[in-house]
Design a protein around this ligand. Structure first.
Ligand SMILES: Nc1nc2c(ncn2[C@@H]2O[C@H](COP(=O)(O)OP(=O)(O)OP(=O)(O)O)[C@@H](O)[C@H]2O)c(=O)[nH]1
Ligand SMILES: [Mg+2]
Length: 255
């Protein structure tokens, strides 16, 4: 994943998407290089997949998901946790431009490929990332519960979303780093309040422990899959209810 060494600064970047490639699971040829926007395609219809044979990167349907939020909130770590089940501890290496990872999930018997775009939170890459919003089917808005500025900036990220993303994009608010209980600067209730104000599903996560990470992406995959089906045979999936029901609180999982 394209990363560049940058000294860690909290809340340093207040804020002011793509045809899915054929199911080859590849990543950008030159990591760290912002790719030109692939042939743009509206986010409406999901990309039909290669026949699902049950293995590798085959899928039935594919969607693009974007991670956005201030630099340092944990976007890259969240993605790495979801994709590889590992935590990137140690020196903070800030993402340069934009990068992506693919993951195929089994959602109620259907193979759903998420192409997850990890954006740079730093202001200087903003013009690069803007170009990707319009093809995103879903956006995960992240703040860091130990960094109040990153929470305050969520409103500005929402403004960006309204400006650059499709009107029907699926949104979710995530408060990351809940494992750092001692350093918490944003109360869970404040996250819930903001989410309610904007009608967003909300969870607190930890890329470090994995709390609610799979759940966040699975919930998005379920919602997108349901939306893509013309006449769903299953009962309507309710993203807010699912996240509320399945989300675990940080206190539940402290060893
Ligand atoms: N304790 C804790 N630290 C985390 C967590 N997630 C990320 N970090 C740390 O926070 C720092 C920033 O994480 P990144 O994932 O690189 O942040 P980012 O949002 O991708 O930052 P940019 O690429 O600059 O936009 C790193 O030092 C991580 O180890 C978490 O859940 N808990
Ligand atoms: Mg990053």
């Amino acid at each position: 994943m394209s990363r560049k060494k940058t000294p860690k600064t909290k809340g340093a970047s207040a804020p002011a998407a793509s045809a899915l490639s054929a199911a080859n699971g590849s990543r950008p040829a030159r990591p760290g290089t912002a790719r030109p926007v692939p042939q743009a395609r509206p986010n409406g219809p999901p990309q039909p997949g290669r026949p699902s044979l049950g293995g590798g990167d085959f899928y039935d349907v594919a969607f693009k998901v974007m991670l956005v939020g201030d630099s340092g909130v944990g976007k890259t770590c969240l993605l790495v946790r979801f994709k590889d089940g590992a935590f990137l501890a140690g020196t903070f290496i800030s993402t340069v431009g934009i990068d992506f990872r693919n993951k195929v999930l089994d959602v109620d018997g259907m193979k759903v490929k998420l192409q997850i775009w990890d954006t740079a939170g730093q202001e200087r890459f903003r013009s690069v990332t803007h170009a990707y919003y319009r093809d995103a089917h879903a956006l995960l808005l992240l703040y860091d519960v130990t960094n109040k500025a990153s929470f305050d900036n969520i409103q500005a990220w929402l403004t960006e979303t309204q400006e650059y993303a499709q009107h029907d994009v699926v949104l979710m608010l995530l408060g990351n780093k809940v494992d750092s209980a001692q350093e918490r600067a944003v109360k869970r209730e404040d996250g819930e309040k903001l989410a309610k104000e904007y009608g967003l599903p909300f969870m607190e996560t930890s890329a470090k422990t994995g709390l609610n990470v799979d759940l966040a992406f699975t919930a998005i995959a379920k919602e997108l899959k349901q939306r893509s089906m013309k006449a769903p045979s299953e009962p309507r999936f309710r993203l807010h209810d699912y996240v509320k029901r399945e989300g675990r609180s940080a206190s539940c999982c402290i060893p």
